[in-house]
Design a protein around this ligand. Structure first.
Ligand code: BGC
Length: 374
């Protein structure tokens, strides 16, 4: 079968032939890949950045944001059946630590995990994929057009889940407000796919959402945010230290920019007792200048929590699929419109290199629409 592979540490990206994976165990699920999203991580891999070669292989098949249609299952599989749309999660555990044994490799304690398409395991930019039932989430047929967004949304779901759990553990009044996000002022920094999807999940839970970016108000992404009931903050006009003066104290920040200096500066926007979850992974190693003493003083004197969050569990993928269902019911055209660019697999070089200004999510189409879903 055809697949798109990189040679880690180089800028070589090529179309390769791989043996078609087969169902060999009772808990195996085989899917025909329909489409696979491209994100900053894929582009970094293609540019010679962070990626790990699978043992004994000359290259790594990329792609971790997938949607497939099940074509075959092992005898013990009950979560999905042939014909279902489905997504596979990304990380595979070390098999030794307790989180991994609990199917929470996103919290692997040893660091010896692997990630499909990124770190030591072939990914999903290929015609077929096989994996274990414990890594699969069924996607209802009506979500086929947007199921490929489940992975980036799962990252946002985990970040929001972490914010809520941290606050529930430390705020004495949290038990009195089970619907805790309702009416809370949240700032989403960076209105790429993860930011816009985080805003969607927060709006669904009744939060007051402000979205920060550096594009003109009235362009696609700010308008998108406003249509779901969020408010746009132009970071070129409102500096991080003025965000609270403009919108009021922020209780939760979900960061998805990957810009190290901004990631630090945003501490200034966080209100008293607030929680700040970072998901952006800055590239490069250029040092940044920060007012360290001021920032630490604030964190301590204002009881603030800062948490890094990466990857997502299968439960977060399930939450993502559920939220995509809600979003399709309320904002169908908007959600479908998040996929702005579609490429044939042979067009991989352009898809990975170009980053058009109007891009929200680019995908590689492997199989077109799933049979029987449209
Ligand atoms: C992926 C995550 C992954 C992280 C680090 C992100 O782009 O969405 O699944 O854990 O990169 O490799």
């Amino acid at each position: 079968m055809k697949a798109i592979a990189v040679v880690p540490g180089t800028t070589t990206v090529r179309l390769v032939d791989r043996a078609e994976p087969q169902v060999t165990a009772p808990d195996d699920v085989k899917v025909k890949v329909l489409r696979v999203g491209i994100c900053g991580t894929d582009r970094e891999e293609a540019a010679g950045g962070r990626a790990l070669l699978p043992e004994g292989q000359p290259d790594l098949v990329i792609g971790h944001e997938m949607l497939g249609q099940v074509v075959e299952t092992g005898a013990a599989v009950t979560r999905v059946k042939a014909g279902d749309c489905a997504v596979f999660t990304v990380r595979r555990g070390c098999g030794r630590c307790l989180p991994c044994r609990m199917n929470r490799p996103d919290m692997c304690a040893t660091g010896d995990y692997r990630e499909r398409g990124i770190w030591g395991l072939d990914g999903y930019q290929a015609e077929f994929a096989v994996d274990k039932e414990r890594y699969v989430v069924r996607v209802p047929p009506e979500l086929e057009p947007v199921g490929v967004l489940a992975e980036p949304l799962s990252v946002a779901e985990k970040a929001i889940d972490e914010a809520v759990r941290v606050q529930a553990a430390r705020l004495p009044d949290s038990g009195a407000t089970p619907d805790w996000l309702h009416g809370r002022r949240c700032l989403v920094a960076g209105l790429g796919p993860i930011g816009l999807l985080a805003a969607t999940a927060l709006r669904r839970r009744g939060a007051e959402v402000y979205g920060l970016d550096v594009v003109d108000a009235g362009t696609a992404r700010p308008r998108w945010l406003e249509t779901i009931g969020g408010h746009y903050v132009d970071g070129r006009q409102v500096k991080p230290d003025k965000i609270d003066d403009t919108v009021g104290p922020v209780e939760i920040i979900i960061e998805a920019t990957g810009v190290a200096l901004l990631e630090f500066d945003l501490i200034d926007a966080l209100g008293r007792n607030g929680v700040y979850v970072l998901t952006g992974i800055p590239g490069g190693s250029r040092p940044v200048d920060i007012p360290g003493a001021d920032l630490i003083r604030r964190l301590v004197l204002e009881n603030q929590a800062m948490v890094g969050s990466v990857n997502a569990s299968r439960d977060h993928f399930q939450m993502a699929v559920d939220d995509l269902g809600y979003a399709m019911l309320h904002w169908r055209d908007l959600v479908v419109g998040l996929i702005t660019h579609r490429h044939a697999h042979t067009d991989f070089a352009a898809a990975l290199a170009s980053h058009p200004a109007d891009e929200i999510k680019s995908v590689i189409e492997w199989g077109g629409a799933a049979e029987g879903t449209r």
